[in-house]
Design a protein around this ligand. Structure first.
Ligand code: NAP
Ligand code: 12T
Length: 347
């Protein structure tokens, strides 16, 4: 019998935090006590967990007394400031921000890929970037069976990845445009960057800030995190990340090259159909393929449009879709917490 745990959610009122609470409930996670934390703005607000009202409190360094597992999703600076405090209080932190992901003392975990890495944790475990999680979950079975020698990805990302304010911006903008009213973009592509652009009825080839090498930080997260999670530092990976006017569900066009010769599309389909956490939706004759509108609220990663490259026998193209707030964030974090219990890592 698992003991009932004291769980804290930091950023409980946010787009990800809300899904964390819902996922803990749906998974029947052994929650004995739930502490919900936010900024002072939302302190006092009441949220429901298993039909019970829980009052949101302001997150402070003293918020973690007696907490066993703390799920952080309130932005990188909050994680930098408070995750070490939570660890000092004896909690294990699962951090959804990019604050610790590339720290070599912090495991970066997608349970279907590298669950064993949890055993090396020092109090903080990083939850990877949303676009990266769904991609590596689908690539891992192929890598195990055939070897992997190249990954090229273009993403079609939903606005909910940028938080509750971005969801609101898309909806308000779409309404303003349909009603012929004026509007001023304020959030997307990146709240903290110099310029903001229309997202409704548009596509923006910028997610997160530009780096000196011409790639955006979102693209570099996909590149660096993929190598770390798969433990393949030499794997060639390149990414182009694009924001679409979709509320929830990231889509990705992925091209890979495998090491083994003679692999067929049927082989790849069979492998993915049987892989954990993956749902194969691939039947062109009947127009069956994954779409974000169909994946909302589901924990799986959906794969379809699998084709062999026309010029390279070891090249394959595919389309990978998942709910960015679930497998991309809340579900992967709760899944990590479930793995910690399963591996006997929660004292
Ligand atoms: P959001 O909807 O904007 O919510 C932000 C949450 O953080 C709210 O609960 C907010 O509380 C809280 N917060 C803000 N400032 C705080 C402070 N000073 N102290 C304590 N809490 C504070 O954003 P979101 O989409 O849920 O994302 C939250 C974070 O998760 C992001 O910043 C990002 O780092 C991470 N994230 C990761 C992924 C991923 O790829 N795995 C995806 C999306 C997001 P109030 O209600 O009081 O404002
Ligand atoms: N895709 O924590 O969509 O890696 O704006 C944060 C924000 C990923 C992250 C976004 C994202 C992260 C976004």
């Amino acid at each position: 019998m698992t003991r009932e745990l004291h769980v804290a959610v930091v950023g409980a009122t946010g787009a990800v935090g809300q899904q964390m609470i819902k996922t803990l409930q749906e998974r029947n996670f052994p929650v004995g006590k739930l502490t919900l934390l936010s900024s002072a703005r939302s302190a006092g607000k009441k949220l429901l967990f298993n039909g019970q009202e829980v009052v949101v409190q302001e997150a402070t360094p003293d918020s973690f007394e007696g907490v066993d597992i703390a799920l952080f999703s309130a932005g990188g600076s909050i994680s930098k400031a408070l995750a070490p405090e939570a660890v000092k209080s004896g909690a294990i932190v699962v951090d959804n921000t990019s604050a610790y992901r590339m720290d070599e003392n912090v495991p970066l975990v997608v349970p279907e890929v590298n669950e064993e890495a949890l055993k090396t944790h020092n109090g903080i475990i990083a939850n990877p970037n949303c676009s990266t999680i769904q991609m590596v979950a689908a690539l891992q079975p192929l890598r195990e069976a055939y070897g992997l020698s190249k990954v090229l990805v273009s993403t079609y990302q939903a606005v909910s990845g940028a938080g509750a304010a971005a969801i609101n911006e898309l909806k308000e903008q779409a309404k303003a445009i349909l009603e012929d009213k004026e509007f001023t973009p304020e959030i997307l592509p990146v709240g903290g960057d110099k310029k903001h652009y229309q997202i409704a009825f548009n596509a923006i080839p910028q997610i997160d800030k530009f780096q000196d090498n011409g790639f955006t930080f979102e693209e570099m997260k996909m590149i660096n995190e993929t190598k770390k999670i798969m433990n393949m530092p030499e794997l060639p990976v390149a990414a182009t990340c694009v924001r679409l006017p979709v509320v929830t569900g990231h889509s990705e066009s992925v091209y890979i090259e495998i090491e083994k010769d003679g692999v067929t599309v049927a082989d790849v389909k069979k492998l993915l159909a049987d892989a954990p956490g993956i749902v194969l939706q691939d039947d062109p004759e009947n127009q069956v393929y994954p779409m974000p509108a169909d994946c909302v609220g589901k924990r799986d990663v959906f794969v379809g449009r699998i084709r062999k490259d026309l010029d390279r026998d070891n090249g394959f193209h595919m389309w990978i879709v998942s709910d960015n707030l679930l497998k991309g964030a809340a579900w992967n974090s709760v899944q990590i917490a479930e793995s910690l219990i399963k591996l006997g890592l929660v004292k």
